[in-house]
Design a binder for this molecule. Sequence first.
Ligand code: GTP
Ligand code: MG
Length: 195
Amino acid sequence: MVIKNVCLETVCGITSVLPENTLPEIAFAGKSNVGKSSLINALMNRKALARTSATPGKTQTINFYNINEQLYLVDLPGYGYAKVSAKEKEKWGKLIERYLHGSKQLKAIFLLIDVRHDPSANDQMMYRWIVEQGFQPIIIATKLDKLKRSQIDKHLKAVRQGLGVLPGTKIIGFSSVTKQGREEIWNLAEEKCLL
Ligand code: GTP
Ligand code: MG
């Protein structure tokens, strides 16, 4: 994908009406701090258009980035953020659910997992839930640069097993530091959007 122009077009909070877009959408889900916003920046060749933070819970809205008037990259709030009240968590969960369930243009969901850690119960739940919505999530194992090369295969296998993914599920290793995996993710996104 040649990036010509990108803009943050729509920001939706818990009470927002979600947009009825006509362009295809690709969504990025995953635990707080796993690197969703960093991945979106890397895909857009931008350093900080999507706000990132070392403190989990940075993205609290659903953000739609318009790419070249061709498609949207959709940044979702992270789940499993411990410091948020149960009530707040439920509201975010409902917002994410409303979007994933209701969007007519959603073509693919990428589920991000930190490659260093075994998937959590929340990750497993999210994976199953996405499958129940009729999607075959593509898994992105993030922060690959934090592992030694010799450890990577073992950890990718642990992610696959920990989620109990369906046969044929793609797992792509990614690092927003080295940009490893960026092309493969774009190729899949374009394929899913029929671009
Ligand atoms: P929420 O918005 O809170 O859900 O988090 P997020 O999933 O959007 O994570 P974000 O992109 O804000 O990244 C969280 C932290 O991890 C930041 O400090 C990033 O710099 C760091 N980070 C993200 N991706 C990578 C990566 O590939 N490698 C390394 N080393 N750090 C990363
Ligand atoms: Mg974020």
